[in-house]
Design a protein around this ligand. Sequence first.
Ligand code: UTP
Length: 296
Amino acid sequence: MKKVRKAVFPVAGLGTRFLPATKAIPKEMLTVVDKPVIQYVVDEAREAGIEHFIFVTGRNKAVIEDHFDVQFELYNTLAQRGKNSELARLQQMQPGPGQTSFTRQQVPLGLGHAVWCARELVGDEPFALLLPDMIMQSERSCMKGMVELHAATGSNIIGVQECDPADAHKYGIVGRGAAVHTGFEITGMVEKPKAGTAPSNLYINGRYILQPEIFAILEHQERGAGNEIQLTDAMLKLQREQAFHGFHYRGETYDCGSPEGFIEANIAFGLARADVGTHVAAVIEKLRLRASSAAA
Ligand code: UTP
């Protein structure tokens, strides 16, 4: 069985929910506390043992490539000024030479199309797919658990979490079958089910391990919901031939693709930080008191 060595990060979306910020800055470069959103997701992949990082980019996204490059002048200046902890932090996040690849989607035709654009870079091996909008907070990374499950099953793996059943219509939802190793058999998948029809309250959380046969299905470029080439449609076709297992992730996930989720992520990660956490908690309390005295 082939090991999962490569990860794909689709970063070609327009980020319209973050205009005007995303007019000139990719949404993946917006920061949660002091780290770009994309760095959280790359860190998660590295922690899971991923060795090669493939970015599917678009116009105005070149700064992402710069972010993952070595910045000689900056590193030298930090070293000269004795800013050793800042330098060490940057170096620790830095992928090594030849560990990153970038390709262009050219036209944002949907997530399925973005994944298909990585086909030559992935080749004939299973790969991880991480949606950079979703960042996660827990002791153990979601992708690490998924890679372990894949090592035991050799199947396609989808990361899932529980949502309020009343919100199931907002997500991709999976049906839950028998337990398998640390996961469970996926009996079905439905994108944004109509109210009351969802097979469970387990939503797809933006983490996947897929077999390379997905590319032959995406090759047909079939349009689905929103006239986009949908990944879920291709996974449903692949499920007729290959097993899919769910990995139930128990940590917190923040959807940084929406302003609400992005603000929540900043508060949660800010509170968790040893250097600024106490200050963030004090600010929240101050604002809460101010709002309740204004309401009185
Ligand atoms: P979204 O639908 O959240 O992306 O796609 P978006 O288009 O950037 O956001 P809004 O709705 O306009 O604010 C989920 C992920 O898939 C990528 C996005 O970059 C994001 O990481 N994506 C989506 C692509 O790379 N290409 C696409 O054609 C669509």
